[in-house]
Design a protein around this ligand. Structure first.
Ligand SMILES: CC(C)(COP(=O)(O)OP(=O)(O)OC[C@H]1O[C@@H](n2cnc3c(N)ncnc32)[C@H](O)[C@@H]1OP(=O)(O)O)[C@@H](O)C(=O)NCCC(=O)NCCS
Length: 160
């Protein structure tokens, strides 16, 4: 069996193909940096005293932070072959707390060649899981325009 190393091109992905990322422990630094980056200082994320009084009984990561970390964990597979990220749809099912370790299980659910670009749109379904028995904390669908023949340079990505 031969193993092709990432990044993967449009032709490397097949519907039904499954991938699993490495794990990542979510820390307070992630939450504070994300709050600073986005300006979202909701006390649910940054105020221990307040957060203890909520249904989560403690601080939780921003949903969009979980989404960004999940896309980041997947990113090495398409780093350099992605022409553009087209769409993201997420559902946040369980809280991610400081110290939780998340990983991403991804599956190719659709593949459509593009008329305009040398490559096409791949739809991925991602399940973000934690260390507690692989509990699913979020489901994310992404659509990426991915180059066919190699890296997504303009010369390679555009049909001539
Ligand atoms: C990606 C982008 C250049 C495409 O625009 P465009 O050149 O006008 O091309 P189109 O809108 O025709 O889309 C290209 C193809 O993708 C398909 N497509 C675009 N968005 C899609 C979506 N959300 N779902 C499914 N297919 C989609 C189109 O149907 C089209 O298919 P075709 O080539 O078979 O006709 C433009 O939408 C863009 O710049 N978006 C911003 C992307 C971005 O910044 N992402 C974050 C950083 S990577």
């Amino acid at each position: 069996m031969s193993l092709k190393l990432p990044p993967y091109t449009f032709d490397d992905f097949q519907v039904g193909m499954k991938m699993r990322s490495q794990g990542l422990t979510v820390t307070e630094t992630h939450i504070i940096q994300f709050a600073g980056l986005t300006g979202d200082y909701n006390p649910l994320h940054v105020d221990d005293v307040f957060a203890k009084e909520t249904i989560f009984e403690g601080r939780v990561a921003h949903g969009l932070l979980v989404q960004a970390l999940a896309v980041g964990l997947f990113a090495p597979l398409v780093a350099g072959t992605t022409i553009a990220l087209l769409e993201v749809n997420s559902k946040f099912l369980k809280p991610v707390k400081i110290g939780d370790t998340i990983y991403v299980e991804s599956e190719v659910v659709d593949k459509k060649p593009s008329n305009k670009y040398n490559g096409g749109v791949i739809t991925f379904k991602h399940e973000v899981k934690n260390q507690r028995g692989g509990e699913t904390v979020a489901t994310i669908e992404t659509k990426l325009l991915i180059a066919r023949g190699g890296l997504a340079t303009k010369k390679n990505a555009l049909k001539m």
